[in-house]
Design a protein around this ligand. Structure first.
Ligand code: NAD
Length: 260
């Protein structure tokens, strides 16, 4: 197991779900976990709990689509801990609707959180990573970085886009010893997915149970959800990898839903 003793990791959207599990595992592995989230109350609560697992964490109020909040938030982390070793760009939302009637506002909102958020947080962290000549950026993509589903046009578009951003960071970052990867989970039972189950049921005219078994998990090899722990392990494997051998790569974790 890789240790992150003395390292500093910013995880966006870490007040809930997958991000929270990554922050918890990072702390258990010895790192200072920075919980950067729109919901500062939830971020503070998460930081309080995560402080029991490892070294001092930090909660930062950050809307990843707001340039000033991202710049100021990242600067406050560097000021407190003196370095930034890992960025996990995880904050995200889901909006499901048929493409033919997708509201432009919703399209822009989703792309902004996933893509502007990834860009702004990456740019802010690279400044510090380049100066210290080391760093790792991990984007939380999705099976939808590689595959499409009905009703998810902006989400599929954004998640494919993260693969492109990752490859550029891998190329530009190499000379500064900065690596980039994408972790692409299948369905994980977090608040984001719990919300989607009744929404998809209504759109498709089927029951919640049918959404879970006949839509979400239909193509897995075993009908199982991916867990937040599975995702955290993969993220920290990439974040702790000791050289550039894996940079620019993406990894799907989906119980066989999508196989490359
Ligand atoms: P979640 O809803 O449990 O948590 C998302 C977190 O992001 C929340 O704490 C929320 O406050 C925060 N957030 C939302 N908008 C933000 C913003 N503008 N700025 C900062 N923080 C913001 O969701 P989750 O399921 O843990 O999803 C996390 C990531 O994993 C997302 O990028 C999602 O697309 C991706 N993902 C999820 C699944 C899944 O099945 N749950 C599968 C593949 C990928």
């Amino acid at each position: 197991m890789v240790r992150f003793d003395g390292k500093v990791g910013i995880i966006t959207g870490a007040a809930s779900g997958i991000g929270r599990a990554i922050a918890e595992q990072f702390a258990r592995d010895g790192g200072h976990a920075v919980i950067a989230d729109l919901d500062i109350e939830a971020a503070r609560k998460a930081a309080y709990e995560i402080g029991k697992l490892g070294p001092e964490p930090m909660a930062v109020a950050m809307d990843v689509t707001n340039e000033n909040q991202v710049e100021d938030g990242v600067a406050s982390v560097a000021k407190k801990f003196g370095r930034i070793d890992v960025l996990v760009s995880n904050a995200g939302i889901q909006i499901v609707k048929p493409l033919a009637e997708f509201p432009f506002q919703d399209w822009k909102k989703l792309l902004s959180i996933h893509l502007d958020g990834a860009f702004l947080t990456t740019r802010a962290c690279l400044k510090y990573m380049y100066a210290q000549k080391s760093g790792a950026v991990v984007y939380i993509g999705s099976v939808h970085s590689k595959e499409a589903s009905k009703l998810k046009a902006p989400y599929v578009t954004a998640k494919h886009g993260l693969i492109g951003l990752c490859k550029v960071v891998a190329k530009e970052g190499a000379e500064h010893n900065v690596r980039a990867n994408v972790v692409c989970p299948g369905f994980v039972r977090t608040p984001l997915v719990e919300k989607q189950i009744p929404e998809q049921a209504a759109e498709l005219g089927i029951s919640d149970d049918e959404v879970v078994h006949n839509v979400m998990l239909k193509d897995t090899v075993d009908g199982e959800f991916t867990t937040v722990g599975d995702v955290a392990d993969a993220v920290l494997y990439f974040a702790g990898f000791p050289n550039n051998a894996l940079t620019g790569q993406s990894l799907v974790i989906s119980h066989g839903w999508f196989m490359q």
